[in-house]
Design a protein around this ligand. Structure first.
Ligand code: ADP
Ligand code: ZN
Length: 648
């Protein structure tokens, strides 16, 4: 039964380790070979012993090798003696020559020769002495050979590496480097992803489904004179499911599907990218109707000629030009549709987006509450979840999460539940997973002094207090002073999902962000470095207000934002020195005003702030309820009943 699993006779695959093995084998062979040819080593002995043997007349011949070593050959009679029974016996092979019985190093040659000739003369011996220079022929041969072996080995290795994966099939040749690296999915390869696995994204799904339909029933559309679109671009933030959507197309379309990433075109050799594009389209046309999917197309599709300073872009530009040519080149009847995904449509070359190439842009947005619920449903399918798990609650707790984040939350929750030894994944596990993904891992044993802890508590209490008191600041969910990731404390808010933002909403948010530092100032009358990330956030926001959204009265209704991305690498500012000064002044004015506002708020509510900080120091984690106990119900919360009271 053991060997009914007969593995087919596969040719052993080439591996770079073979070269090492080969070299090692050569070494061994040479050593054995030269060793076997003439056993040139005798038993070790000492000079004193040797002279004793010599005086006894046992020695027939002394061979002085390389002026360093003496090899001793005994007379046939002496070799039979009991004293010499441990010495090397003569070889039986006649061709191997005689091997020495003893050998030793004598140190100084002159001295040894004198002693030797004196002993010979004194005892009237017939011992002969001869000199020899021994060369390690094989060693020398090997040394001359080694560099060649190495060079050839390395060369073969590089060749294999370069051509591996290119084109497939007849791999192993350098000529394959220009072949496309696309992975092909067709009837034979099973893709399990279907549109069912893609939650939400109704609009995008519909458009993509239509593309599949174009390919399957082109007559339906062309009979009325319409042209089938050549390409569609999926645009959206990372993790929103663009690749997933494309995979679903592959799973559903039942036509050959070539999948590759923009960076697969790029290689250090000039001309490779363009030839890969050519090859890809050739293959796709041969198998038409078919779909080509290029993920992260921005790797090659970035606008051309932006940094003229470095010539390094030529290769990418050639690749892009080739892509444009190919997309133009195939007629409406070729039945090849190009799908591409990017999260930066703004930096793509305009030529790519014009009609006739990527005619359609499909926006894949971050999911809203309802879509998040659906995504949770998809990813909860494989989990053993607790009964009555409230998905509405979970999707409300994860604003701004992408599909990938939600998939991650579900997985983390399962791991956390397993660590706790639970039988099923419970609500608290999901909340912990959300915390962990937002804030990093809790570091309960981080060393932190009591006075630092106090400062952190007041800082976080400051944020909480200010955001509680301002109408447009995001309502608080939870505050903790357990160190987590890089930060010493953290607060969780439930931001409203807004499509347009008004200046006073931005200002309220900035004020709340400055509440931490303001609290330190109000309570301890000194500030600390703990507010770095708050300051960063606030500064960016203020700069955006002034230079992007045109929300500053003094600077006016201007924007210096360039959606085409053409000025990204520019060294000149699009405004004068005076304006630059004005912008800087406005930014610091906005921030300073909000800081003063936070200070005033906190000074007026010093007792409540202190009370909150004490509770925080005591409990380490506090929730909305604790704040309500101190401050009373938050007057601005309209839909209080919906998303609170769930957390205990
Ligand atoms: P993108 O290509 O947009 O960066 P991906 O498609 O690679 O993102 O998404 C990563 C993972 O996130 C997917 O494998 C999937 O598990 C999950 N995901 C993202 N969006 C969705 C969605 N709408 N429905 C279900 N799962 C999703
Ligand atoms: Zn802070």
């Amino acid at each position: 039964m053991a060997n009914d699993k007969n593995t087919p006779n596969k040719k052993p695959k080439f591996s770079p380790y073979w070269i090492y093995g080969l070299i090692l084998a050569i070494f061994l062979a040479i050593n054995l070979f030269s060793g076997g040819m003439s056993a040139t080593t005798g038993s070790p002995t000492t000079p004193a012993q040797f002279f004793e043997y010599l005086r006894n007349g046992d020695v027939e011949n002394v061979q002085i090798v390389n002026k360093r070593e003496a090899k001793v050959f005994l007379t046939d009679a002496a070799a039979q003696l009991e004293v010499h029974k441990n010495s090397v016996k003569q070889q039986l092979l006649p061709m191997a020559g005689k091997s020495p019985n003893y050998q030793f190093e004598f140190g100084d040659l002159q001295n040894f020769e004198n002693n030797l000739s004196e002993t010979v003369r004194e005892n009237e011996l017939t011992t002969s002495i001869n000199y020899e220079t021994e060369q390690n022929v094989w060693g020398d041969f090997l040394l001359t050979l080694l560099p060649f072996v190495l060079i050839i080995g390395v060369w073969i290795f590089i060749m294999r590496r370069m051509s591996s994966g290119a084109g497939g099939g007849a791999g192993g040749q350098i000529f394959n480097i220009g072949k496309s690296k696309a992975k092909l999915f067709d009837q034979n390869t099973e893709v399990k992803t279907t549109f069912k696995d893609v939650a939400g994204l109704e609009g995008a799904k519909e458009e993509v489904q239509e593309i599949v339909d174009f390919l399957k029933h082109p007559e339906k559309y062309t009979s009325l004179g319409g042209k089938i679109p050549k390409g569609a671009l999926l645009v959206g933030q990372p993790g929103t499911g663009k690749t997933l959507l494309a995979k679903a197309v592959a799973g559903e379309a039942k036509v050959p599907f070539f999948s590759l990433s923009g960076s697969d075109f790029v290689e250090m050799f000039v001309g490779v990218g363009a030839s890969r594009v050519r090859d890809l389209f050739k293959q796709a046309k041969e198998k038409s109707p078919s779909i080509i999917f290029i993920d992260e197309i921005d790797a090659i599709g970035r606008a051309r000629g932006k940094n003229a300073m470095s010539g390094s872009n030529d290769e990418r530009e050639n690749t892009l030009n080739q892509l444009l040519t190919e997309m133009d080149g195939f007629g409406t009847n070729t039945n090849v549709i190009v799908l591409a995904a990017t999260n930066r449509a703004d930096i793509l070359d305009k030529a790519l987006m014009r009609a006739g190439r990527f005619d359609r842009q499909i926006f894949v947005d971050l999911p809203d509450v309802r879509e998040r619920k659906e995504i949770f449903e998809v990813h909860l399918r494989p989990l053993k979840k607790a009964k009555g798990l409230d998905l509405d609650f979970l999707s409300k707790q994860t604003p701004g999460f992408s599909g990938a984040d939600i998939a991650n939350v579900c997985n983390e929750a399962a791991l956390i539940a397993a660590r706790k030894g639970n039988k099923s994944v419970e609500k608290q596990d999901f909340l912990d997973a959300v915390d962990r993904i937002v804030g990093g891992l809790e570091k309960k044993n981080k060393i932190i002094t009591p006075s630092e802890k106090r400062a952190v508590a007041f800082h976080e209490a400051g944020h909480a207090t200010v955001s509680w008191m301002l109408e447009h600041a995001a309502p608080l969910v939870k505050v903790t002073i357990v160190p987590r990731g890089q930060s010493l404390g953290a607060a969780w808010y439930l931001p409203e999902e807004r499509l347009i933002v008004r200046p006073n909403q931005m200002l309220d948010e900035m004020c709340a962000a400055l509440g931490g530092r303001a609290a330190e100032k109000v309570i301890f009358n000194q500030i600390s470095t703990g507010a770095l990330s708050d300051l960063e956030k606030v500064t960016k926001q203020a700069r955006a207000m002034v230079t992007i959204y045109g929300l500053s009265e003094k600077v006016g209704n201007l924007t210096y934002y360039d959606s085409s991305g053409q000025s990204e690498y520019g060294f000149t500012k699009p405004y004068s020195e005076q304006t630059a000064e004005l912008i800087d002044k406005e930014i610091s004015d906005i921030i300073e005003k909000q800081y003063q506002r936070a200070i005033e708020l906190l000074t007026n509510n010093k007792e409540k702030l202190t009370e909150l900080a004490e509770v925080l120091l005591d409990k380490e984690v506090i929730f909305k309820d604790n704040l309500e106990k101190i401050f009373g119900k938050r007057p601005f919360d309209k839909n209080v009943s919906e998303d609170t009271n769930e957390e205990e």
